[in-house]
Design a protein around this ligand. Structure first.
Ligand SMILES: NC(=O)c1ccc[n+]([C@@H]2O[C@H](COP(=O)([O-])OP(=O)(O)OC[C@H]3O[C@@H](n4cnc5c(N)ncnc54)[C@H](OP(=O)(O)O)[C@@H]3O)[C@@H](O)[C@H]2O)c1
Ligand SMILES: CC(C)=CCC[C@@H](C)[C@H]1CC[C@H]2C3=C(CC[C@]12C)[C@@]1(C)CC[C@H](O)C(C)(C)[C@@H]1CC3
Length: 615
């Protein structure tokens, strides 16, 4: 059996690939087959090195009285700190947890060659995800000062991600490099000007959702479809074979009072969002290295909302009004969403280029849909983040409650049906889970990649509350008695889905937060050229999107209590399968770009996307 020279956890010097510079690293693991060590640099960058490229600390001459810290993070100027971080860099808390002896080792050993790790921002659009640059040998390019800046920036047009790479530079070159940096900055500014004003030709960019015609259809089709579904559901026989009822005239649907109630609801949620309670966390780094701050108080907002709703019920507020004006509320929310989308588009025209979403194309229609600005904010109020979890998601739970009360009233029941209780409690668990794990939202495609435009505004404020509550709405006028054995089976299904959904999301979130978390030590990973790893065992070794699988199983469990008389309550499962299959394809596309060969390796090891042995 081949022997290894260095032990896990040992602090040594690792050669930066392609250079003669050595850097303090910690040995993370050793692969006996490839004979490669996975090492971690002090700023969190992880690479695989050959044994020849690793030297014990003692083999380096000590620098007498050297007062300069060898820590790249300490020496990194404020400018570079404010730019981008290593994609694989663990959070501060994780870095601080290194043992005291490890720290002493680091302090004791002074560099012969002093170097600095400076992140270079290579792409003027996007967020914190690195561009596809193949396998590790590509990182070797990074230590070479960029003679040809143009080459560095000639990135594929369709890639909308920032690429953060590290340059290892001898210290004496710093002044020279500052000049290069300032040239690079001027270049970026010039590039940006060219890109934004001579807007990327639409055909040169891969537009999602069927491009301009596709989004045009979605924007007009979805609201019409929503009203058709709601109207069909209200029919006595909601069979798809029945001719859909005609859409009522607009004047019948519009009620200013309803709109006022909707605005009041929205403002209450704004107020709760602004309350200075809850932890403040930083989002993923933006193109310019900035990290936006987000207050996590969604769960508190939910508790406060429950208190308001409970008090109103106690005071005798007539919640049936929402049921009897359901279509009017849906229209009010749609109008609000259109006004909001117009506002978002108009303000995005004045937004600095760095604030534009990597998904935006330069085409007005497409950008109105996908969102031109990535994180529109009024002061510290983040419009997208707020809308994603508050008025719509919490509104969904309130609408479900309204349906439960309406069922009792219309069907003259003393207690709600078992089917209604199941639907209400399953979806309540889903929403509470989302609010409890609010921080996880910060790494979703919606926050990192998509702008805030009609798609998310309509999705968050109209689609989620009025379509996701569809099963409860259906049960009000189409009662279904569920037996206890059937209910038990549905509960087991829901719990299975939840365990997969939560297990997969938590495993990935914990791994992304701290890749060396001892609780995850049993999991196998593959290295990618960005410094990040991909999980290839555990939930993420089962299928490539285990969280989607869990979500879909839960969706089925939400529909089953409605029985098998009609397909309508299964609309959510069908729509959701389509949404997640499409979302998976979008994510796959981005991951292929980000991780290249490593992603292909992952796909070979984990061949199924969502459904094992099926898809
Ligand atoms: N109810 C709804 O309507 C609805 C709609 C959409 C989504 N969702 C739910 O929202 C949650 C989040 O979904 P999402 O679409 O944002 O996608 P996600 O699956 O949470 O995230 C995808 C990202 O995970 C990372 N990743 C992929 N494979 C990995 C691996 N093997 N190891 C480590 N990291 C890996 C990649 O990003 P990095 O490598 O950059 O970290 C990838 O871009 C899901 O649970 C989903 O079911 C619900
Ligand atoms: C129909 C149209 C135009 C768009 C639909 C998209 C929209 C409904 C979804 C896009 C991202 C989704 C999402 C959740 C809800 C539905 C979306 C907004 C989510 C808030 C549900 C709860 C989860 O736990 C989550 C991870 C927080 C979800 C984040 C993404």
């Amino acid at each position: 059996m081949p022997s290894r020279k260095f032990a896990d956890g040992e602090v040594v010097r690792g050669r930066w690939p392609g250079s003669s510079l050595y850097y303090e690293v910690e040995i993370l693991s050793h692969d006996s087959t490839s004979q490669l060590y996975t090492v971690k640099y002090k700023d969190g960058t992880e690479l695989e090195l050959k044994e020849n490229d690793i030297k014990p600390l003692t083999s380096f001459r000590q620098r007498k009285g050297g007062s300069t810290s060898s820590s790249p993070s300490r020496r990194r100027g404020s400018r570079s700190r404010s730019r981008s971080r290593s994609p694989g860099r663990p959070p501060k808390s994780a870095r601080r947890s290194a043992s005291a002896s490890h720290q002493a080792n680091i302090k004791e050993a002074r560099r012969e060659v002093e170097v600095k790790l400076t992140p270079l921002i290579l792409k003027p659009f996007g967020n914190s995800i690195s561009r596809y640059n193949g396998e590790p040998e590509h990182t070797e390019r990074n230590d070479i000062p960029h003679k040809n800046t143009q080459e560095k920036f000639s990135l594929s047009q369709e890639s909308s991600y920032i690429s953060t790479q590290y340059s290892l530079r001898p210290r004496r070159e710093e002044v020279k490099l500052k000049e290069i940096d300032s040239k690079e900055e001027k270049f970026i500014a010039k590039e940006l000007a060219v890109r934004t004003f001579e807007v990327t030709p639409i055909q040169a960019k891969d537009l999602e959702f069927g491009g301009v015609p596709g989004v045009f259809l979605i924007m007009f089709g979805l609201p019409v479809f929503l009203f058709l579904l709601l109207l069909m559901c209200k029919q006595k026989d909601p069979s798809l074979l029945n001719f859909p009822p005609p859409l009522p005239a607009l004047y019948e649907l519009w009620e200013t009072r309803v709109f006022g109630v909707y605005l009041l609801w929205f403002l209450i949620q704004v107020l709760f969002y602004l309350l200075p309670i809850g932890k403040v966390v930083e989002g993923t780094p933006l193109i310019d290295g900035r990290r936006l701050k987000y207050r996590l108080n969604g769960f508190y907002a939910f508790i406060l909302t429950s208190a308001v709703i409970g008090t109103s019920l106690f005071q005798g507020v007539e919640f049936h009004y929402v049921y009897s004006h359901f279509l009017q509320f849906a229209l009010g929310a749609t109008v609000f969403c259109v006004v909001l989308s117009v506002y978002l588009y108009m303000r995005s025209l004045k937004a600095p280029r760095n604030d534009l979403s990597p998904a935006s194309s330069g085409n007005a229609v497409y950008d109105f849909f996908i969102g031109r600005e990535l994180n529109p904010r009024i002061g510290t109020f983040d419009l997208k983040y707020f809308c994603e979890l508050r008025p719509g998601l919490i509104g969904w739970v309130v609408i479900n409650l309204v349906m439960l009360l309406a069922e009792m009233k219309i069907q003259d029941r003393a207690i709600p049906s078992l089917a209604m209780i199941l639907v209400n409690s399953f979806q309540l668990l889903y929403v509470v889970d989302a609010l409890w794990n609010e921080e996880a939202l910060l790494t979703t495609m919606d926050i990192i990649h998509d702008g805030f435009g009609f798609m998310l505004a309509f999705g968050d404020l109209v689609w989620v509350p009025f379509i996701y509550s569809f099963q409860a709405f259906y049960l009000v006028s189409h009662p279904n008695e569920v037996s206890w054995p059937m209910a038990s089976l549905i509960i087991v299904l829901k719990l299975c889905g939840y365990v997969i959904f939560r297990g997969a999301n938590s495993q990935k979130n914990a791994f992304r937060k701290n890749p060396s978390d001892p609780k995850l030590a049993h999991l196998k990973t593959i290295h990618t050229s960005t410094g990040k790893h991909l999980l290839v065992s555990g939930w993420w070794g089962f299928v490539r999107h285990p969280n989607y699988l869990g979500d879909l199983i839960m969706a089925l469990a939400w529909s089953l209590p409605c029985g098998f008389n009609h397909i309508l309550p299964y609309f959510y499962v069908i729509y959701f399968t389509m949404l997640l299959v499409h979302r998976e394809a979008r994510d796959e596309y981005h991951c292929k770009k980000k991780y290249g060969v490593a992603w292909e390796k992952y796909c070979q090891r984990v061949p199924y996307r969502i459904f094992p042995y099926i898809y």
